[in-house]
Design a binder for this molecule. Sequence first.
Ligand SMILES: [Zn+2]
Length: 288
Amino acid sequence: MKEGMMMLLPVQFRPFNDEMPLSWMQRMALANGFDDLREMMHIIGIISKPYDYPSSDHWKDVAKMLYDQEWIKSYQDEVKKASLLIDNMITKKIYICPQCLNEELQQYGQFYYHMQHHYIGAHTCWKHHCNLASIDPIDYLIFEKDPHLQPDRGIYDPNKEQQILSLVDDPEMLFEELIRYQIWILMKQTDKNLDDINQPSDIPLNAEYMDRFDDVPELLFDVVKGKHAHIKDEATKTYIFKCLFDDYHSYIHLIDRLKNRKRPAYIDLMDILAMKGSVLYAHQDKRL
Ligand SMILES: [Zn+2]
């Protein structure tokens, strides 16, 4: 694009409430006749090679190609706050609520990716209280067809998830609650519960890391029994995440990110968590 030249996309719309930037960009690309997001980004000059992946901030470049600029500031705030709880806004693993999907297909003829479904530690849709399914997008082009949803294994609890993530103003508590929740899930998968843990060796841990045991099972045992374990040491936290989570990277990033935040950031986040239950999911899409 030449400098000073203003290019506008012919088909324009705002993101839905709680929509991931990736999702909105992809819908824009398809609605404007491109094969996929990368083709649009390449042709309008946002990425230099057609196989480059867009970055999490590229939605702002796409937004510049709209007449309507009024929504951008509030969406930017929403994305910024949510990104505290989302490991990667340009994720290649997409989570979808089968019920949201059906509702959106009925209401809008298409569906979109929700930020809440991508929160670290959230395995459920907080609106429908059902398990999320994960899908691998093929060049992000999955909006118009049934992606054959495979619900994730496990018995999850949306109320617990909201409670846990509302603890973001206390990283130590958040850490302990996240691991207690995960141990509870792992026990449920074998039809047991936390009461069936009578000694440290009853805690289900990732076998891959078993040989590196030291005092971790004892620490976790304290957490399971509701005692404050006061695990301050970063290496131990990382090790615990590896023992408990397949996607341990996300959890390490979350704790890492919170460590360097000042309190007001958490309060902001609690505001949006509170909104998720009411305003955002009222399905009155003011941005439409
Ligand atoms: Zn849902």
